[in-house]
Design a protein around this ligand. Structure first.
Ligand SMILES: C[S@@+](CC[C@H](N)C(=O)[O-])C[C@H]1O[C@@H](n2cnc3c(N)ncnc32)[C@H](O)[C@@H]1O
Length: 167
């Protein structure tokens, strides 16, 4: 299990943010992020597989998660997201990009729905079988017009953080 706290801090997730998790899966990190953004923040957890969202729904019904009220579950495709332009302060994804059939299209969508100066953070780690190198992830983000802010972590577990420029 990767440390959610570490991923949260590397991703730039802060209290009060309106954040989008792309490819939330069964929500291994979603509840931790929901607590990190707090009552004044919101998490939109998007996944293409309804069965993943069902698992989060079940998790949220557990007594220890009853206090979490700021997660919105969205069944949707990262390549064509059901959100207005300039909606989010931050978008994060954890071991998702290599599953996306058109990464450039997904990045364009992320750029569209992020606010100017918003943060895109991409976390990848081994032993994900599709693990991409840091340099691959950095090139992917910058070639779609994101500005690289930082890459934190190790060879086998890193987060690349980008900023959406104003233009
Ligand atoms: C390897 S899992 C990671 C799940 C979660 N981020 C985690 O770390 O536990 C990848 C997730 O991305 C989702 N996914 C794949 N393609 C997607 C797409 N086009 N749009 C949205 N989600 C997608 C999958 O359904 C799956 O839940």
């Amino acid at each position: 299990m990767q440390s959610p706290d570490k991923i949260i801090s590397r991703s730039g997730i802060k209290e009060g943010m309106k954040a989008l998790e792309v490819g939330c899966g069964s929500g291994a990190f979603t509840t931790f992020v929901a607590r990190a953004v707090g009552d004044k923040g919101e998490i939109f957890a998007l996944d293409i597989q309804p069965k993943m969202l069902k698992q989060i729904e079940t998790k949220l019904k557990r007594p220890e998660n009853k206090d979490i009220k700021n997660i919105h579950l969205i069944n949707g495709d990262a390549l064509n997201m059901p959100f207005e332009d300039n909606t989010f302060d931050l978008i994060y994804s954890i071991t998702v990009f290599q599953e996306l059939p058109d990464k450039n299209k997904a990045l364009k969508e992320m750029k569209r729905v992020l606010k100017p100066d918003g943060i895109l953070s991409i976390t990848e780690f081994l032993p994900d079988p599709d693990y991409p190198l840091k340099s691959t992830t950095v090139k992917m983000g910058t070639s779609e017009g994101f500005i690289l802010n930082d890459v934190e972590g190790s060879f086998w577990n890193y987060t690349a953080r980008f900023i959406k420029p104003h233009n």
